[in-house]
Ligand binder design. Structure first.
Ligand code: GRF
Length: 216
């Protein structure tokens, strides 16, 4: 089976990257990780990727004069490794429209909330403050606006009495680790195509694991 070559961009611990690495070990998984790249040379996830035998590269934003130069270098690095789809996994740089349009419908992000609720940072604290009963995570194609774009899949988790941001974050993270590999697989096998700014899922995929509650 021909696998789609993907790059995973990280800035930190890379637990979602690790979930993708694990999923990609399956010979039937439709993607192959050809590169893990980070803007942060000290990202712990880089070591995890190396230990798994995956190519890593660092494009340190501090080495570049401006955002444009940084993004051009990032773009070139991704292409050098032959990646066709790019997955953001805790990548903590805002990307400009130059980059997001260049990778339109080929750039995927995971966000720790049920978008469009709680865009931005500190989503778990904000969910607790708002008193929502259901929280979760979203995988979407990236658009120039932050945490915006056609949604591939979402996973919901309950907010339980006594939850702290850390407890809630761990519950969401567990769901992220299942949802992200599933959504990346759909994107890489052409089963999650964008049409009219909505993701059209192939019929038999729809409503299966993509609306899931990991505690079921
Ligand atoms: C995750 O919660 C992800 O949704 C968000 O950043 C966090 C990254 O965690 N975009 P990790 O580096 O994948 O462990």
């Amino acid at each position: 089976m021909a696998k789609t070559k993907i790059a995973v961009l990280i800035s930190g611990r890379g637990s979602n990257m690790q979930a993708l690495i694990e999923a990609a070990k399956d010979e039937d998984y439709p993607a192959e990780i050809v590169l893990v790249a980070s803007n942060n040379p000290d990202a712990p996830g880089l070591e995890v990727a190396r230990a798994a035998g995956i190519e890593t590269d660092v494009v340190n934003h501090r080495d570049y004069e401006d955002r444009e130069a940084f993004e051009e270098a990032l773009d070139q690095t991704i292409k050098l490794y032959g990646a066709r789809i790019v997955c953001l996994a805790g990548f903590m740089r805002i990307l400009t429209p130059w980059f997001t349009e260049r990778w339109r419908d080929l750039l995927i992000n995971i966000h720790p909330s049920l978008l469009p609720a709680f865009k931005g940072l500190h989503t778990h604290e904000r969910a607790l403050e708002a008193g929502v009963r259901i929280h979760g995570c979203t995988v979407h194609y990236v658009r120039p606006e932050m945490d915006d774009g056609p949604i591939i899949g979402q996973a919901a988790v309950p907010v339980l009495p006594g939850d702290t941001p850390d407890v809630l974050s761990n519950r969401v993270l567990e769901a992220e680790h299942k949802l992200y590999p599933q959504c990346v697989a759909l994107a890489c096998s052409g089963k999650a195509r964008v049409a009219g700014e909505r993701v059209r899922l192939q019929a038999r995929e729809f409503g299966a694991e993509l609306l899931m509650n990991p505690h079921d």
